[in-house]
Ligand binder design. Sequence first.
Ligand code: ADP
Ligand code: ADP
Ligand code: MG
Length: 645
Amino acid sequence: MFDKILIANRGEIACRVMETARAMGVRTVAVYSDADAAAKHVQMADEAVHIGGPAPADSYLKGDVIIRVAQESGAQAIHPGYGFLSENPGFVDAVEAAGLTFIGPSADAIRKMGLKDAAKALMEEAGVPVVPGYHGANQDAEFLAGEAEKIGYPVLIKAVAGGGGKGMRLVEQPSDFADALKSAQGEATTAFGNPDVLIEKYIQQPRHIEVQVFGDGTRAVHLFERDCSLQRRHQKVVEEAPAPGMTAEMREAMGQAGVRAAEAIGYKGAGTVEFIVDGSDGLRTDGFWFMEMNTRLQVEHPVTELITGVDLVDWQLRVASGESLPAQQDDLTITGHAFEARLYAEDVPKGFLPATGTLTHLSFPAECRADSGVRAGDTISPWYDPMISKVIVHGATREVALSKLRRALERTEVAGTVTNLAFLGALAAHEGFGRGEVDTGLIARDLEALTAVGEVPVAHWIAAAQRALGVHQPGEDSGFTLWAPLHRAVQLTHGEACLDISVEVLGPQAQRWQLDDSSYEVTFDGAVWRHSGDPLPNVAEADGRLTVFGRISSIFDCIDPLDRAGTAGGDTNVIEAPMPGLVKAVFAEAGADVKEGDRLAILEAMKMEHSLLAARDGVVAEVLASAGDQVEAGAALVRLEEADS
Ligand code: ADP
Ligand code: ADP
Ligand code: MG
């Protein structure tokens, strides 16, 4: 076994790897960027080395610098995590040339699976079913349109170098093909520097089911399947293992296909073979097809760990250090059911806009496994993935596990940034999902119901106001005075809503609240405050902002009476960055006429691109940003000349 390894990653996955390394007595070296100097993964490591600026290209993607740090620190091996350099065969070659071990597959295996078209051809040869379609070299638009016709609509255009759902277009009818092809190629060129695409049959009512494989370079075993059908824009949101409705026969067929895929490329380490499955008529052994192989540990690997009892990172370190496969296929069994929900800093009502912020409060209930790369006080910065944590649960049955997931999400408390927590809670409570009726279209179909913002409960207003006024402690601290009931008032806003709230402290354990025209009483029962019998929810306060937790958490701002009327109306003269991000392109030129709705710039925040549009007709006065700039939320990008009035 290694004495010391370097983890070439950050956040949640770096912490996850270090946890197992520590349990195995292996020392760890972290690397970090300027943005991560005080990050959790830096604190957890035995040693930490600064490697550059916050942009990934200046730090976490600097393979040569990372290899030098590994050598200087005496690490014998490098764990790449996921993302960043994990699927970069050039990096693997360089690591080995430096006399170090790469904890993962060979460069050759990564290359073979790196492009979706070559991987599909290879898998066909190995007898693994692949999605019907065209994955040849001819990229002529007319030729591809002809192939699409042959395959039969709807078809999916995919960038051969694709990942993270980029460069992918669903085409429903022939008349849309040419435009979709162009936009897929454009996106593929920007994102991957490779315009090539393949065309696939679009599987109806598709389910995403993937097989966890593990190889020693010659032989491989599988650790069963994960269902990742709950997706938004081809991105996984909730994953589970095993797959609902899975039969022994189907599991055997998919598991064997996964093992064949891994053995065909001499796979070493942990990998995932992703299949698309036709879910329109139950799971059938002739209804699954290879999509791609991810040659690394996957974000959702914990659900497999919880049902198999295997620590996949432990296996990675053992096999990389030369041990044989830690278990045979027959040793592996499934116990119970597991779910993972990805908790992100994002603004769901604003179209899942990635958000940033400092986590003024962060806590998870004890009954879940929370894999997280941040602590209370840490900042979700614009530089990286906005993941806060993965909330992972295990139960004896799917029903038990799902109810544990609901409960864990309800009791997860995050303040300081908006999150997708309520959306995850709504998903966990979705009836069809509860029955195991999953397909990749579920979220999009029911998006409205899943993202509905309900009325803020009265109890939330009261709990927030109690904290704002400092009357949340019962007894003497409540401000109760012997000679007169105490009155206090505050004004709170929640989104557009604004309420005048006042309290009359009736005694150390009773308060009467007035919310605009309605009045409510709350009482303290010796342990908690209650309103109509129910306990008031927990609250966190920071800088005048109150976050009330619960099945749906609510954020309130306390209005300082001196500071009112200060907020200006929408300024149509300036086009601002709505969130922190990278300016991808600027189309505006000084002096140019623009029409309302014209696209003036593209901002990339985390994994999405956002078009910034002119709010009115006008003339561009000034362009204040250029492509490549990293900007903060609210930064002015383009200014229009003052409108004549
Ligand atoms: P999965 O492992 O579930 O298949 P994805 O394929 O969406 O997840 O992406 C793999 C991982 O790579 C992501 O979870 C993310 O952490 C990382 N990743 C993707 N894009 C980026 C990026 N632009 N910068 C850094 N990491 C990224
Ligand atoms: P990426 O590299 O971006 O992860 P994948 O090929 O793994 O791309 O596909 C991502 C997602 O797109 C899948 O999980 C699935 O939801 C959907 N998808 C991919 N191929 C098909 C297909 N042929 N039919 C229907 N849906 C598909
Ligand atoms: Mg994929």
